[in-house]
Design a protein around this ligand. Sequence first.
Ligand code: ATP
Ligand code: MG
Ligand code: MG
Length: 348
Amino acid sequence: GSTIGILGGGQLGRMLSVAAARLGFKCHIFEPGTKPPAGDVAHAVTTASYEGIDALTRFAKACDVVTFEFENIPTSALDVIEAHALIRPGREALRVSQDRLTEKNYLQDLGLTVAPFADIPDAAAMTQAMNTVGTPSILKTRRFGYDGKGQARLKTPQDADAALADMQDAPAILEGFVDFDFEVSVIAARGPSGDVACFDPGENVHRNGILHTTTVPARLSSAQKTDAVLLTAKILNALEYIGVMGVELFVADGQLIVNEIAPRVHNSGHWTQNGCTVDQFEQHIRAIAGWPLGDGTRHADVVMENLIGDDMDRVPALARAADTALHLYGKAETKPGRKMGHVNRISR
Ligand code: ATP
Ligand code: MG
Ligand code: MG
């Protein structure tokens, strides 16, 4: 069998490795941190930094195709890997999604609706943006944000200075606050031949900036579902994307506004593990390995809930509950705000 390289050894890398193993592949994890959750289930692990050219080269040579579980991979590391292995999804998706400004412009150029936004390189730009984007709004670092980190909310223009100070000189964008009715995401896959398959959109609820639950079906009309799927396919096709992507949308006054894209399997797609014959992890492995995409039809209603920090105390009770599938990541330490596992509750 051939070997799939995965950059990042967190829970997404772990679940990708399990899916790959089921299809007869071996996974090789590259991860700078020690004791990566994916390490327990992978065929091989390289513990090294993304600056280490030798380690990266050896890793890439050992792999037939290299994929990733997070979007903030240094360009220099991708250059090294690309000389020896195929990178899927391709680098264009990383370039676009690594920077919120690039991403917003890209989506807007595709004709999609995004929140009003302004580039905030400095304090003068912030003053300007108070006249264009205004408040309420959210200041977000252009790069490296996740789980709501690197964000500051502005209720009134008086909050501008404090919000800027929060960014600690990192380049940022100001986004108009979308008064959404609810949030959904579309998890979609595109194969090398250009075929696209979308999972049923899920409805997402966040707590403290972190995904709390995903519920399928979402409260979308069938026309909205079609629109969500079509706009998602437009993004994947434009990027000539290969693999699974998560597209986060706001639903406001019936309108679909694109929040952000994630060029990887996505937390809001975990429900597919117990709601579909082929889940997002297998679908990603199939796509990057050049297999036909699998059947992602939803066969149950599902509520996925993340188990964060002390939620782990509920595991004994959850283990006894009916129609409940537990997925635990085997992380050594429980910390507040750390994703430790998730639970899928199904009903038919
Ligand atoms: P993720 O962990 O999904 O990558 P992130 O740190 O990249 O999160 P966003 O997805 O940009 O952050 O924002 C996190 C959440 O904050 C959103 O899902 C939404 O609930 C809220 N939010 C972000 N931007 C806006 C906005 N412009 N208007 C209203 N709510 C917003
Ligand atoms: Mg994000
Ligand atoms: Mg998000």
